[in-house]
Design a protein around this ligand. Structure first.
Ligand code: RB5
Length: 144
């Protein structure tokens, strides 16, 4: 793999899962930049969500991955940035379809909600599924 450039970030609630995802990205040779946080210190998820979302919206990265306790705060914050289609996922079917139909460009995960192996499967499916375009592009254009 590895042709996608990924921006990744977390708050304290998602720190351990982010570390696991970084290992996955290394093993699968994805290019990425880690926007923090880098320790378990308390932090405010809207800050890193905005950073990562801005980088993806600006075209500096192809996709973003954000991890917090639930994935919810990150997705709410990331979706405030124009051009961002952030999804908070808990299953692999939605991971695949969020790419194929919604062309989701930011994946949000909740470390306190789903297990690590499921989260990594979701990341794998989400990164490897392409957008189908066609009628789905028309609908996405309507959102913008
Ligand atoms: C932090 O305690 C927690 O609120 C945060 O990680 C996230 O779940 C917010 O949506």
């Amino acid at each position: 793999m590895g042709s996608l450039k990924i921006a990744i970030g977390c708050d304290h609630g998602g720190f351990h899962l982010k570390e696991k995802i970084l290992e996955y990205l290394d093993v699968n040779k994805f290019e990425y930049k880690d926007f923090g946080i880098y320790t378990l210190e308390q932090s405010d998820y809207p800050i890193v969500a905005k950073q990562v979302a801005n980088e993806v919206a600006a075209g500096n990265f192809d996709r973003g991955i954000l991890v917090c306790g639930t994935g919810l705060g990150m997705s709410i914050a990331a979706n405030k940035v124009k051009g961002i289609r952030a999804v908070c996922l808990e299953n692999t079917y939605s991971a695949r379809v969020s790419r194929a139909h919604n062309n989701a460009n930011v994946l949000c995960l909740g470390e306190r909600v789903i297990g690590q192996n499921l989260a990594l499967d979701i990341v794998d499916v989400w990164l490897k599924t392409g957008f189908e375009g066609g009628r789905h592009k028309r609908r996405i254009d309507m959102i913008e």
